[in-house]
Design a protein around this ligand. Structure first.
Ligand SMILES: [Zn+2]
Ligand SMILES: [Zn+2]
Length: 345
């Protein structure tokens, strides 16, 4: 079968490898869609620990497909089921796992990071992932592409639960990629009166506006725009949906009193933002950071998609066969289009 495997820094190859076999508690998934995420791009550009010429890993932690085969001890799933896979596999017994936060398990193993992921015609789902509920059934009408991108959406939702949007709020999002648009969709769902989307790229803003015509798009002088749109009060919620230090450093200044600021995008390793903590103090800001998502978040957002409360299909702008995975990575890295998905017949 064909698979896109990382052999080290800047060394992603489309290879022919044997189709995996499965044991009693495992599932063999025939992949239908696998999305490119910022994590894949970081691993490709920087390399990742444990991955080298002798230990390649198939990338993609955002994927969906049809169950091809189940081991004889597998209960609750059968061949032909349409499913998507939550990528984080916790140990299942530590306090974090037991509290439902297996995405922060210290023994975390993730598809496409530590074990083979979705850029392949078939993926073996280990027994722990099967018994921990990583395999998520898809309702009719949920596309494989949306189900794959649901992983990113669930991470956005995890942040949304922490920064909280109340009806009438004015929300400011910096970064108009797929993640930024997903934050905007949730803000509108929660009753935000205005959502301001900021990005340097006019092209991205135009794409965002096509998907969500209610967006107020701003390409320069964000402070003035927030001032204007909030009558000088500042935004209720500010989300940094990009990995830019200066954006984090400016976030507090555009938040209003009792505002909530979420640092969604992490910074490259070694970069440390200088933050004006007096703004937290005098404006009584709540500052949150979030990373990854739990199975609960993952199932919740899939349910939003199934019930058509939020439609993320328009965020998927580019589709590729597995042979063109490098084009998908290059385009995603160059911020061309929004969500890039490798699709299989
Ligand atoms: Zn654990
Ligand atoms: Zn992701």
């Amino acid at each position: 079968m064909k698979a896109a495997r990382l052999y080290g820094k800047n060394d992603l190859r489309v290879c022919d490898i044997p189709k995996p076999g499965i044991h009693e508690g495992e599932i063999l998934l025939k992949v239908k869609a696998a999305a490119v995420c910022g994590t894949d791009l970081r691993m490709w550009r920087n390399g990742a620990s444990g991955i080298d010429q002798d230990h390649p890993v198939t990338l993609s932690h955002e994927f969906s497909g049809v169950i091809e085969q189940v081991g004889k001890e597998v209960a609750g799933y059968k061949p032909g089921d349409r499913v998507s896979i939550a990528p984080n596999i916790g140990c299942g017994v530590c306090d974090r796992c037991v509290s439902g936060n297996s995405h922060h398990c210290q023994a975390l193993k993730a598809f496409g990071v530590h074990i083979d992921g979705g850029f392949a015609e078939y993926v073996k789902i280990p027994a722990l992932a099967v018994s921990h509920g990583n395999v998520t059934p898809l309702a009719d009408g949920v596309s494989f592409e949306a189900a794959a991108a649901n992983e990113a959406f669930s991470c956005v939702y995890s942040a949304f639960e922490r920064y909280q949007v109340y009806p009438g709020d004015i929300v400011c999002i910096i970064g108009a990629g797929a993640i930024g648009i997903m934050h905007a969709k949730l803000a509108f769902m929660a009753g935000a009166s205005k959502v301001i989307l900021n990005d340097l790229s006019g092209e991205r803003l135009a794409e965002g506006k096509l998907i969500e015509p209610r967006l107020i798009t701003v390409s320069k002088d964000l402070a003035a725009a927030v001032d204007r749109e909030t009558n000088g009060a500042g935004a209720n919620v500010v989300i940094t949906a990009c990995s830019v230090k200066a954006v984090q450093e400016n976030a507090f200044s555009i938040a209003g009193t009792d505002g909530r600021v979420n640092f969604f995008g992490g910074l490259p390793a070694g970069q440390i933002a200088g933050l004006d903590t007096n703004q937290i103090h005098y404006k009584q800001l709540t500052v949150t950071g979030t990373t990854r998502s739990s199975h609960r978040h993952y199932r919740r957002t899939l349910d939003f998609i199934a019930k058509r409360i939020v439609d993320i299909d328009p965020v998927i702008t580019n589709r590729y066969p597995i042979e063109d995975v490098l084009a998908a990575f290059s385009n995603a890295a160059a911020a061309k289009g929004l969500k890039h998905v490798v699709v299989f017949d």
